[in-house]
Design a protein around this ligand. Structure first.
Ligand SMILES: Cc1ncc(COP(=O)(O)O)c(C=O)c1O
Length: 498
């Protein structure tokens, strides 16, 4: 091929970039999308919380790989018709299932800006990494951690808990564990948490190679707080049996009912026993922003590491999990790994070491920090703290409504923002399971379920900043209504005595 011919071929391919042929068209389309999405959030109350997905809609997402291009406006129409109406529902104030944040318009706009910059936060010297470091610094000050602490954004608390287990493992066994594996010494390590802890901690022990049996789930009291005396006894008996306790995981807001372990007592025990003290603060840790609730987290400042999600109570759009580690050196020793193609320099784009890829398993990483930075700056921590306190007050309102209604029964003390209750009925587990599904399908609200002492509970986790008393009133009415219907459909009777 002659030089000229090659140039001509390349030139004809310049129209093959993925940039729009007409920027004015995409600008107009983009403005429509932005307006529609702002309208979606602004008018979310007019929609069902959630809708069952019709078979024909689901079938649309089993299409063949698209070989040919499509018009953006047509693809967007498909999004509008078939994706928007069948989303999770957690933007809606009636969403109270599991523990989901509601997101904000600010976070949404920041996410768009981050996608425009398309920054890769694995490493290198650019301002997006300084934005992430700024959040590390702010998080450090929120929790009273010392200078030298390190932190990193991850998908969510499941990942942050796994990484904390790995930091604790490297601390217990030394850095050689990274080459040699756990071997006999690692096989005798044991970790501790409570029966009320989230399942991702057992999963972390499994993935880290210890096996979930190496996690001792210590009994919790009636308020779902770990029994510290029982923990102490189990550590002693494991030591007597030749095992090597290395890690205690406390909970700041258990997933079932929002219980907060006695973090002060756990921290003192860990210092005494020389154990790594990690706190799963997935959603509860951000209660430090509320002056009213922060004292309940006393002891958190002494943790060796904390996992939390800005996408829950922080209302940052998914996903924005975070791990903070008191001793940044230990954090780096667990994950940093030299590679020729990731060579560091003292100037140029490859400067700025250590990089975030030295603090976790990911190399390519998105700009989660930007939506968090926008959220913290735009609202300020006082307003976020007040919002968190308000969701707890709303849980108190719901608790009162449950206690005042003889057909309902409270199943656990309300400690933060989660209310577990049930409709009294002879076949209560079946009836309450049906009630929850019926309410979800009605689109009125979206509670979820959990099982407490063998009793199926309707679980309302009030995390969404848009939720109001009217949403809780609607939930109560729906529970009473669907409860009565479920009981009469089963030919049964209400059971006012449980
Ligand atoms: C206490 C607790 N830990 C861990 C998790 C898991 O967090 P993520 O879903 O962000 O992985 C949750 C989720 O709700 C939780 O409530």
């Amino acid at each position: 091929m002659t030089k000229m011919l090659r140039a001509a071929t390349l030139q004809s391919q310049s129209s093959e970039t993925l940039d729009p042929q007409n920027w004015d068209d995409i600008r107009a389309q983009g403005h429509r999308m932005l307006d529609d999405m702002l309208d979606y959030v602004a008018n979310i109350r007019e929609r069902s919380v959630w809708k069952p997905i019709p078979d024909e809609v689901r079938a649309r997402f089993h299409a063949k790989l698209p070989l040919e291009p499509s018009d953006l406006a047509e693809v967007y129409q498909e999004f509008t018709d078939f994706i928007v109406p069948y989303a999770t529902g957690n933007v809606h104030p009636g969403f109270m299932g599991w523990v989901h944040g509601g997101g904000t318009a600010v976070g949404m706009l920041a996410e768009m800006l981050a996608a425009g910059l398309n920054a890769n936060l694995g490493g290198r010297d650019h301002i997006p990494i300084e934005v992430e470091r700024q959040i590390v610094e702010w998080t450090r000050s929120m929790f009273g951690f010392p200078v030298g602490a390190s932190g990193i954004f991850v998908t969510g608390t499941s990942m942050a808990n796994l990484m904390a287990v790995l930091v604790a493992r490297t601390t217990a066994l030394g850095q050689f564990v990274r080459q040699r594996g756990l071997r006999d010494e690692g096989a005798s390590l044991t970790a501790y948490t409570s029966t009320a802890a989230h399942g991702c901690i057992a999963k972390a022990m499994d993935i880290a190679g210890f096996g979930s049996d190496a996690l001792r789930c210590i009994e919790a009291d009636r308020s779902h707080r770990i029994d510290v005396a029982a923990l102490r006894a189990r550590i002693a008996s494991d030591r007597n049996a030749g095992l090597k306790p290395f890690l205690v995981v406390g909970s700041a807001g258990t997933v079932d009912i929002g219980a907060i372990d006695d973090l002060k007592a756990l921290s003192a025990l860990c210092r005494e026993e020389e154990l790594w003290f990690h706190v799963d603060g997935a959603y509860g840790a951000l209660a430090v922003l509320s002056p009213e609730h922060a004292p309940r987290l006393a002891g958190l400042e002494s943790a060796d590491s904390i996992a939390l999600d800005f996408h829950k109570w922080g209302q940052v759009p998914y996903d924005a999990g975070f791990l903070i580690v008191r001793d940044g050196d230990r954090h780096r020793q667990t994950f940093s790994a030299p590679a020729a193609y990731l060579r560091r320099e003292t100037r140029g784009l490859a400067a700025g070491s250590p990089w975030p890829c030295d603090l976790g398993p990911d190399l390519s990483r998105g700009f989660r920090a930007l939506k968090t930075w926008f959220t913290l700056k735009t609202y300020g921590t006082e307003k976020l703290g007040a919002m968190i306190a308000r969701t707890c007050a709303l849980a108190g309102y719901l608790e009162k409504r449950v206690l005042a209604e003889p057909r309902l029964e409270l199943l656990a003390p309300v400690q933060l923002n989660i209310v577990c209750f049930r409709y009294r009925a002879a076949n209560a587990n079946k009836i309450n399971g049906d009630i929850v599904v019926d309410i979800q399908e009605s689109g009125i609200a979206a509670p979820s379920t959990t099982v407490l002492d063998g009793q199926l509970a309707i679980r309302a986790a009030i995390v969404n900043h848009r939720t109001d008393t009217s949403d809780l009133d609607a939930l109560i009415s729906a529970v009473l209504d669907f409860g009565a219907r479920a009981v009469s459909a089963s030919g049964g009777r209400d059971d006012q005595n449980g």
